[in-house]
Design a binder for this molecule. Structure first.
Ligand SMILES: CCCCNC(=S)N1C[C@H](O)[C@@H](O)[C@@H](O)[C@H]1CO
Length: 632
C-alpha cells in the first residue's frame, strides 16, 4: 500500500506543472526551468517537449525537409540533434559546414517546419558514430586521454567549440532561433575517467559562448555511478532509459540529482542498434507507445531515440568493444518510427495516436513513404586488383618502414591501407601468419603475388596459413571497420598495431601505401576512360580485394532503391562517386544498402564501383530492389 501511495504522491508532485497558473513574463522570448512547478517554461508558459532524434549527418540533405515534415506531422514539437565533430573537422583545422554538413540550413528547415531543437554538440556524442564523433587525428598524441582534462584534448576541444558554438548562439530560442536547450558532453558518467575538471571546463566554455541564459543539461544512463560522474551543478541532470526500465525508478533516480524541475528522458529507446553478425534488434511498437503515454501522463519530457535513424554512409559507422570488437552496420534504421528511407511505420502511427492525447497534432494526412523503384540487375565486370592500381590510389607512393605504421601514424584516418613486403624464405608448407598482440585493427586481407590467401580479423581470426617462395610479394590490405564509440576503448588506433610473425620470422621492410580510394572515385576513376586496362575476364569467381564496375542505365526515374549484393561477400560500394557504405551479406543482418534517389541521374549512366574484399560471385551482378532486406 505504501508503495502505491508513494507512486501516487510522486505522480501528483510531478503533475503540478500541468496545473500551474500561467505566470507570464513580459517581453521577449524565454526558455527556462520552473523549479516550483517542475516543468519547462517557454515564454513563461508551462511547456512539455515531445521530441525525436534525427541525425542530419545520416540523411542526405535533399531529404532533410521530408523527414522533418513527417516528424512534425507525427505530433512532435521538438527534435534532438547530435553534432559530430569529426563530420565537420575530419582534418585538423579544416572545417566544413556545406552541403550535407550545412548544420544551419538544417536548423533553418526545422525552424520553418515548426520544430524546436535540443542540440547535443558533445564534443563526444557516442551515437554508434565513428569514435563517438571525436576526430581520429586526436590520436596523433599517442597517449592522449580522451574525454578528460588532458591539455592537448582540451585545447582541441576549445578550438572546435570556438568555431561551432558562436554559430549556434543566434539559433538559441532566447535569441530568436529554435534551440531550446544544449547538452554538455554525452553520458559522461558511463566513461571511466570521471574527470570533473573536464566537465567544469566544458561548462565554462558553453557558458562563455552561449551566454548565461542558455539552458544547459547533461544526460546519463540510469545508475547512481553514472549520474555521479556525469552530472555537474549548473547543468540540469537528465536520464535516459528504454522500454525495459521501470519509469518510476528511473525518474526517482533523476529526482535524487534534481529534486525539483522537469522530469526528462533524453533518450527513450524506440529501437536499438545492430552490429554485423547480430540478429536485427527490434522494439515492440505497442510497448513503446504504452510507455510513452505513461511518461507523458506524468508530465515528463521525452525524446525518442531514434525517431529517424538514417544511414552510416561512407566510413562513419562506429563500433563497440565489450567482450570483443563489434562493428556497427551501415543501416541506422534502428527500428525507428521513421524507417532508414524515411518511411512512416506502424510504430509511428501508434506513437502519433498517443501524442494526440496530449497535444493538438497538425491536421492533415501523414506524408506517404517516398516512392521506391526496383531497377533490377546490373552486370559488373572486374576492373583490377588493388595491387594493380596503386599508382592511381597512392600517387605519392609508399612510405618505407622497418616495422608497420598505424593509420594514424600515416595520417590516414578512414578506409583501407596496403602493407607490402616480401616473403623472407621459401614456405613450401602452410606457415602461420599471426599478429601476436591481436594487433590487426580490424581486418587484414592477405595475398601472395596477387593470389588471395585468406584473412585475419581482430579478436576473431588471429592466425592464417600461407605458402610461397622467398621474395614473393606479400600484400596485406587492412580495413578500418569503424572506431569504437562507447566505453574505455575509444582510443581505437587502426592498421597493423604490432609486428606480424610468419613462422619464426618477424616481418620487416614494409612498404605502406596510404590509399585514397574515395579521392580517386570522386575524380571519376575508374569509370572515366582510365589508362589502366581491365583485368582479363575470368570465368571462375575471383578471390581477394578487387574493384568491379558497372553502370545503371538511366530510366528517367531517380527514386529511392535498395542495392542487394547478396551473392557477394564483404566490401564497399560507391554510386556516382558517393560512398554508400559497407556491405557484408555474408555476416548480416543487413543484406541491402539504401540508395537515396537524389544521388541517381535520370539522364546519364549511373556509375557503380564495388570494392569486394574477399570473394566475388561467378555472376558479377548486383540487384536493385524496392525494399530493404535483412538476414531472416
Ligand atoms: C552496445 C552499447 C551501446 C552504448 N550506447 C548507448 S547506451 N546509447 C546512449 C548514447 O547516448 C547514444 O548516443 C547511443 O549510443 C545509445 C545506443 O544507441
Amino acid at each position: 500500500m505504501a508503495a502505491a501511495a508513494a507512486a501516487l504522491l510522486f505522480v501528483a508532485v510531478n503533475l503540478a506543472c500541468l496545473c500551474a497558473s500561467e505566470n507570464l513574463v513580459s517581453g521577449g522570448r524565454s526558455f527556462s526551468i520552473d523549479y516550483k512547478n517542475n516543468c519547462f517554461l517557454k515564454d513563461g508558459k508551462p511547456f512539455q517537449y515531445i521530441s525525436g532524434s534525427i541525425h542530419y549527418s545520416r540523411v542526405p540533405q535533399q531529404y532533410w525537409k521530408d523527414r522533418l515534415v513527417k516528424m512534425y506531422m507525427a505530433g512532435l514539437n521538438a527534435i534532438q540533434v547530435y553534432v559530430p565533430w569529426n563530420f565537420h573537422e575530419p582534418v585538423q583545422g579544416v572545417h566544413n559546414f556545406t552541403g550535407d554538413r550545412d548544420l544551419e540550413h538544417f536548423l533553418d528547415l526545422a525552424n520553418r517546419t515548426g520544430l524546436l531543437v535540443i542540440l547535443r554538440p558533445g564534443p563526444y556524442i557516442c551515437a554508434e558514430w565513428e569514435m563517438g564523433g571525436l576526430p581520429a587525428w586526436l590520436l596523433q598524441k599517442p597517449n592522449i586521454i580522451l574525454r578528460s582534462a588532458d591539455t592537448d584534448y582540451l585545447q582541441a576541444v576549445s578550438y572546435w567549440l570556438d568555431v561551432l558554438l558562436p554559430k549556434m548562439k543566434p539559433w538559441l530560442y532566447i535569441n530568436g532561433g529554435n534551440i531550446i536547450s544544449v547538452q554538455v558532453e554525452n553520458e559522461y558518467g558511463s566513461y571511466y575517467a570521471c574527470d570533473y575538471r573536464y566537465m567544469r571546463h566544458l561548462r565554462t566554455l558553453f557558458r562563455f559562448f552561449l551566454g548565461e541564459d542558455a539552458l544547459l543539461f547533461t544526460t546519463d544512463g540510469n545508475t547512481d555511478k553514472e549520474m555521479m560522474c556525469g552530472t555537474l551543478d549548473g547543468l540540469y541532470a537528465t536520464v535516459d532509459f528504454g522500454t525495459d526500465t521501470n519509469i518510476t525508478e528511473a525518474f526517482g533516480r533523476q529526482r535524487r540529482f534534481e529534486p525539483r524541475g522537469p522530469l526528462v528522458n533524453s533518450e527513450f529507446y524506440t529501437g536499438w542498434l545492430d552490429h554485423w553478425g547480430d540478429e536485427h534488434a527490434v522494439v515492440d511498437a505497442q510497448k513503446a507507445s504504452r510507455m510513452l503515454k505513461e511518461m507523458l501522463t506524468m508530465g515528463a519530457n521525452v525524446n525518442m531515440y531514434m525517431f529517424e535513424g538514417g544511414t552510416n554512409f561512407g566510413y562513419w559507422n562506429g563500433a563497440d568493444h565489450d567482450t570483443k570488437f563489434r562493428s556497427v552496420v551501415t543501416s541506422y534504421d534502428y527500428d525507428a518510427p521513421l524507417s532508414e528511407a524515411g518511411d512512416p511505420t506502424e510504430k509511428l502511427l501508434a506513437i502519433r495516436d498517443v501524442i494526440k492525447q496530449f497535444r493538438e497534432i497538425p491536421s492533415g494526412p501523414m506524408p506517404p513513404a517516398t516512392p521506391k523503384f526496383a531497377y533490377g540487375f546490373v552486370t559488373l565486370r572486374k576492373f583490377a586488383n588493388i595491387s594493380g592500381v596503386l599508382n592511381t590510389l597512392s600517387p605519392p607512393g609508399p612510405v618505407k618502414s622497418q616495422y608497420p605504421l598505424t593509420f594514424e601514424e600515416m595520417k590516414q584516418y578512414y578506409g583501407y591501407m596496403l602493407y607490402q613486403t616480401t616473403l623472407p624464405r621459401d614456405l613450401s608448407e602452410p606457415t602461420p601468419l599471426i599478429s601476436p598482440l591481436n594487433g590487426v585493427h580490424d581486418r587484414a586481407y592477405v595475398s601472395v603475388n596477387g593470389v588471395f590467401q585468406g584473412l585475419l580479423e581482430r579478436d576473431t581470426v588471429l592466425v592464417m596459413n600461407i605458402t610461397g617462395q622467398q621474395g614473393d610479394t606479400l600484400d596485406i590490405l587492412v580495413e578500418n571497420m569503424g572506431r569504437v564509440n562507447f566505453g574505455s576503448k575509444i582510443n581505437d588506433y587502426k592498421g597493423l598495431l604490432s609486428d606480424l610473425i610468419l613462422g619464426q620470422d618477424i616481418l620487416t621492410d614494409w612498404k605502406i601505401f596510404s590509399l585514397d580510394i574515395d579521392g580517386a572515385i570522386t575524380g571519376g576513376w575508374p569509370h572515366a576512360n582510365s589508362q589502366e586496362s581491365f583485368a582479363a575476364p575470368q570465368r571462375e569467381p575471383s578471390a581477394g580485394p578487387a574493384f568491379y564496375m558497372g553502370t545503371l542505365q538511366p530510366s528517367g526515374l531517380a527514386w529511392d532503391s535498395f542495392i542487394s549484393l547478396s551473392e557477394w561477400t564483404k566490401g564497399q560500394i560507391w554510386i556516382n562517386g558517393v560512398n554508400l557504405g559497407r556491405y557484408w551479406p555474408a555476416r548480416g543482418p543487413q543484406q541491402t544498402l539504401y540508395v537515396p534517389g537524389p544521388l541517381l541521374s535520370t539522364t546519364l549512366p549511373n556509375n557503380i564501383t564495388v570494392l569486394e574484399l574477399e570473394g566475388a560471385p561467378a555472376h558479377l551482378r548486383v540487384f536493385f530492389m524496392d525494399r530493404p532486406q535483412l538476414t531472416t
